[in-house]
Write a protein that binds this ligand. Structure first.
Ligand SMILES: Cc1cc2nc3c(=O)[nH]c(=O)nc-3n(C[C@H](O)[C@H](O)[C@H](O)COP(=O)(O)O)c2cc1C
Length: 185
């Protein structure tokens, strides 16, 4: 079967390199609609979306993540950071930070589902995107509250996920599918 939604799902990749060109207001509006159209447990909408196109704020978060990783003991993470030139958001012009109601037991599901709505919407508009969990380190460190305030997380909300979005300047193959991921009965 073929349709545009299935095609967007099939074509989406994690984009790890972006043009500097900013998103248009029309693109931003469409992503905001896709984000807030997401289903959520009990329709409690436990998420908040901060659309950040402020390069200085994005770089501050990125630098903090780099500092924390390079000062830590996770050698794999250090190697990934070095291989990626210390880039966490890959020069994306916009990063969407999803923060979640800390009281909600469903917030991880709600945030993940919203992230997928966003990346598929981005794909359907010809944009690249990548979901970023690693930047959570910046919000767990001693400057976490400062970053949450800079990104205007609502009171009682904590970082869940981020999505870097923009025009891709790299390509990537589809990920290989693991074995035994589906059972048909
Ligand atoms: C919850 C979550 C967190 C992720 N965090 C990161 C991240 O911090 N940095 C990154 O480069 N990619 C991150 N990714 C992207 C995955 O590495 C990617 O989805 C996976 O390798 C499959 O590749 P594909 O998205 O191109 O199919 C994350 C994906 C998910 C779903």
């Amino acid at each position: 079967m073929e349709n545009q939604v299935l095609q967007a799902i099939a074509d989406r990749r994690s984009t790890r390199g972006f043009e500097a060109a900013p998103l248009t207001q029309e693109q931003l509006d469409a992503l905001m609609s896709a984000a807030t159209a997401s289903p959520s447990a009990l329709n409690l909408q436990s998420w908040h979306f901060t659309f950040c196109s402020d390069a200085a704020v994005i770089k501050d978060v990125e630098d903090e993540v780099g500092r924390i990783i390079m000062a830590g003991t996770d050698e794999g993470a250090k190697q990934r950071m070095t291989a990626r030139q210390m880039k966490v958001f890959y020069n994306a012009p916009t990063v969407i930070f999803i923060s979640s109601d800390a009281q909600s037991k469903w917030s991880a599901f709600d945030a993940g589902i919203a992230a997928e709505n966003i990346v598929l919407a981005a794909q359907s508009m010809g944009l690249g995107s990548v979901i970023i969990g690693m930047c959570g380190l910046a919000f767990q460190g001693s400057n976490g509250d400062k970053f949450a305030a800079a990104l205007r997380f609502p009171a009682g909300y904590r970082f869940s996920l981020a999505i870097a979005v923009g025009t891709a300047n790299v390509t990537k193959e589809a990920h290989p599918i693991g074995e035994n991921k589906i059972t048909v009965m």
